[in-house]
Design a protein around this ligand. Structure first.
Ligand code: FE
Length: 146
């Protein structure tokens, strides 16, 4: 997961690029997750980094929108970065995803529509919402609090 010294500029509206532009803006890994709804492998490098990060904000790697923060992060031991709520709900949307034949709720960036992961609920985690935003770390940029 890329770490930035300071927060990227917050997009003021929807962010749209052609497929060709996205391929230039994003690394091939980021492109696969954000634009092709890919899934990073569990317990990978970004998960290891996520577990070591302390306070800070998580921004969309596609457009810079602030999505999640360390305030809502928790360790679900599922192998992917987990949050019990977005930090800025305005920047996060959800929709039904039946692409695998099983109903899941997909989580997207509201500004660039990048695919972030899925949200699961009712799993019994001891968190304020009982929701697990299961997010691909590759689609995030971390800005440590100073
Ligand atoms: Fe975005």
């Amino acid at each position: 997961m890329e770490t930035l010294d300071q927060a990227p500029e917050e997009p003021t509206g929807k962010v749209a690029h052609s497929d060709e532009e996205w391929r230039k803006i994003l690394t091939s890994e980021q492109y696969h997750i954000l634009r092709e709804s890919g899934t990073e492998r569990p317990n990978g490098e970004t998960y290891r980094e996520f577990r070591q990060q302390s306070e800070g904000a998580y921004h969309c790697a596609g457009c810079g929108a602030m999505l999640f923060s360390s305030n809502e992060k928790f360790d679900s031991h599922c192998g992917w970065p987990s949050f019990y709520d977005p930090a800025n709900a305005e920047n996060v949307t959800t929709k039904r995803d039946e692409s695998t034949g099983m109903l899941r709720i997909e989580v997207n960036c509201a500004k660039c529509e990048g695919h972030l992961g899925h949200v699961f609920e009712g799993e019994g985690f001891n968190t304020p919402t009982d929701q697990r935003y299961c997010i691909n770390g590759v689609g995030l940029k971390f800005v440590p609090a100073h």
